[in-house]
Design a protein around this ligand. Structure first.
Ligand code: DON
Length: 310
């Protein structure tokens, strides 16, 4: 269910944030290693807040679909955790990496076990395991996002997936390297196809704020069914807080104080457990791959509302 702006506090806060972001001097640069994303104007901006009951408020381009990219790593983690539980943690860690999201360096020292599920190596492991369990990891993800957002029109962006496939040497290297340690179960080309399709899904701030609601509802999905145990919802939120923005996770926790997950399409989702979920989009990135205006907007949200996990 989508409700237009009827909550004065959230809508007023969003309107004020949009005015402030308009004045923000530097916006960073769109991801250029995925050519299909490179042409986006870094001044574009949208933000949505969803309440646990499905009411959603927004400002700017909050209904504009954008490339979700690594934001999807939260949902594949949740889908796999729901299926295999703690056994997952034998194959991927849950410590911050302190390294860029696409780094290879720790993998050899740590025997092909990635530090966490949100760096690319860890996300590849999660998607591989989800693919083994479902036979179609990207399809399971898309079904999940459609159901939780209430938007049946969400879909893969074939151009973005093809663009990444054509420039995917680093992800291919990560997958082959982990396969050499026995930590990838599917053929690497099959896994990469699933992973690039996963990352190519387009969705809007409204869609993602709603689709993330299960993490504010302690594991309960949009239709009232349980997707994760309360403890697993806590675990996903905790890994988002410590690892969701890569080597900037400390700064994100300091500035925003919420579990959050970024993507190189310029989206960031964030969770205020029990209270609301947020999604902000602006395609200009900092050097660590996080949206400059997105982090600034979330920083202002928690400052203006006092809503944070601390
Ligand atoms: O695999 C990649 O490099 C991209 N499809 C996703 C990376 C990403 O979004 C990192 N987030 N900030």
């Amino acid at each position: 269910m989508v409700t237009m702006a009827t909550s004065p506090p959230f809508q007023a806060v969003l309107d004020r944030i949009a005015e402030e972001i308009e004045q923000l001097p530097g916006r960073g640069r769109p991801a250029d290693y995925i050519p299909a994303l490179a042409a986006l104007d870094p001044r574009r901006f949208g933000m949505a807040v969803a309440e646990p009951d499905g009411a959603v408020y927004g400002v700017g381009e909050w209904r504009q679909p954008f490339s979700t990219q690594s934001v999807t790593k939260v949902y594949t983690l949740a889908l796999d955790l729901a299926r295999e539980g703690d056994a997952l943690w034998e194959h991927v860690g849950r410590e911050p990496s302190g390294n860029p999201f696409n780094s290879l360096v720790q993998l050899e020292y740590e025997n092909g076990i990635p530090r966490n599920p949100f760096i690319n190596a860890g996300a590849l492991v999660v998607t591989d395991r989800l693919h083994t369990r479902t036979g179609n990891a990207a399809g399971a993800l898309l079904d999940f996002l459609r159901a939780e957002s209430g938007n049946p029109e969400l879909s893969f962006d074939k151009e973005v997936a093809a663009s990444e496939t054509a420039h995917g040497d680093r992800n291919a290297a990560l997958a082959h390297f982990m396969a050499s340690y026995g930590n990838i179960g599917n053929p690497v080309p099959v896994l990469l196809d699933q992973y690039f399709r996963q990352c190519s899904i387009d969705a809007s701030c409204a869609d993602l704020a709603l689709a993330t609601g299960f993490l504010a509802r302690h594991g309960i999905g949009a239709d009232g069914s349980r997707l994760l145990t309360r403890s697993q919802a806590k675990q996903v939120n905790a890994v988002m807080l410590t690892c969701g923005t890569y080597d900037a996770a400390g700064d994100f926790a300091y500035r925003v104080g919420l579990p959050g997950k970024s993507g190189v399409g310029g989206g960031i989702i964030a969770v205020v457990p029990g209270r609301c979920t947020l999604c902000v989009w602006s395609p200009g990135l900092d050097e660590r791959g996080n949206s400059v205006a997105g982090v600034a907007a979330l920083d202002r949200f928690t400052t203006l509302t006092g809503l944070s996990v601390f």
